[in-house]
Design a protein around this ligand. Sequence first.
Ligand SMILES: Nc1ncnc2c1ncn2[C@@H]1O[C@H](COP(=O)(O)OP(=O)(O)OP(=O)(O)O)[C@@H](O)[C@H]1O
Ligand SMILES: [Mg+2]
Length: 456
Amino acid sequence: MFKVDNIKTNDKQQRISVHSHIKGLGLNAEGNVVQDSCGLIGQQQARKAAGVVVDLIKMKKMAGRAILFVGPPGTGKTALALAISQELGDQIPFCPMVAGEVYSAEVKKTEILMENFRRAIGLRIKETKEVYEGEVCEITPIEVDNPLGGYGKQIHHLLLTLKATKGTKQLKLDPSIYESLQKQKVEIGDVIYIEVNSGSLKRIGRSDAYATEFDLEADEYVPLPKGDVFKRKAVVQDITLHDLDYANAHPQGGHDVLSMMSQLMKQKKTEITEKLRHEINKKVDKLIESGQAELITGVLFIDEVHMLDLECFTFLSKALESNIAPIVVMASNRGNCLIRGSEDVYAPHGIPLDFLDRTIIIKTVPYTREEILKILRIRVRIESLDIEEAALLQLAMIGARTTLRYALQLLSPCSQLAKVYYSNITTKILDEVSELFSDCRQSAIILNQENSHYLK
Ligand SMILES: Nc1ncnc2c1ncn2[C@@H]1O[C@H](COP(=O)(O)OP(=O)(O)OP(=O)(O)O)[C@@H](O)[C@H]1O
Ligand SMILES: [Mg+2]
């Protein structure tokens, strides 16, 4: 007897990241904050503001604008940016980066920024593709003697007969298609789909007519395709400008819009250069003008934006003014500080004033003890921890005294110690853990003490 077992997925083994409880901004239809929804607690003003931004982005009224989240550490700036990306959905590109990423020994800073900029701009290409679709009735490779002599035979062409509800059609195809047929193990009775221009082939499943009484094969049965074997299909493809750049730098062939564009710079594998981007922009403009494509302005999120230097800010200001700029969302927890790359220019959030002037600023504020308690409760649930109520209250107090992040970070070592002691997380364990790990302020105090033994 065959035994069929479902593979059980163990929920507990799911990876949990610091923001995995955030599911959206938690706003109602009027854009007002719904308490405790989508995993977000408090921070009402900032959430409402973020909601307005999301609406504007969806209405396409935000292109080329910059938004800056500012607030002390652990007040939910990164969390809010992620919530924005969730509210925007899959249709609008969202490219997150941390400003520090631009410092690489191999690639220019502005090059990295430019790449991410183009990852945040989408293009929806509408194409009509010509396809053959049907159930395979015949596969006959026609062989000829090898023209170079020898014993081997060579496939000259392939005869393939496809059947759809309105009739059958015999096709004479290139030998390369025979290879793809073999690769996908296509047999008589399978339903396949061949794109006329690119010659790409896809096996959709096995035709219903061949469904056996035994349900043991793990195959998908599909009905006979409707209509004629030859069809015109409208397909919509979402890609980012960076995908186009990349495809051009690594061309592969084919004749649909995507691959045609990838032949702009001819077959050689190249770097993505300024010239290439310029060519692509021209082609994209043409596609948009002819109505074949639609530009979708997405979001570039730059976390810890104070890490950028003067050169990057200059580049950003210029790039924001181009006609295909994305929306730039930034976050910083710095007050007045030195602008990187300058000798002695101090500015709010480490951002040059002229650039700051182009942004709209959303403030986040520290949480109250009650709010911290609620956030802790959510995290305890997400991480499936067993914690005493008294310990949770105490942890919330610690959070209010230090930062939310410190309180959240103590959860994991607490749960580890609890495991060792075979108990739930108690106040005793919490005390022990907060002795073991200090928060940044405590650490700073120790460093400032006269008799600290650190090298100065
Ligand atoms: N309003 C909130 N509701 C629920 N969870 C929150 C909220 N705000 C922050 N958090 C959680 O608290 C933690 C710290 O928040 P986050 O990383 O967003 O802070 P931040 O403002 O980006 O800090 P930093 O300036 O140090 O980068 C994260 O795990 C985040 O998911
Ligand atoms: Mg952050």
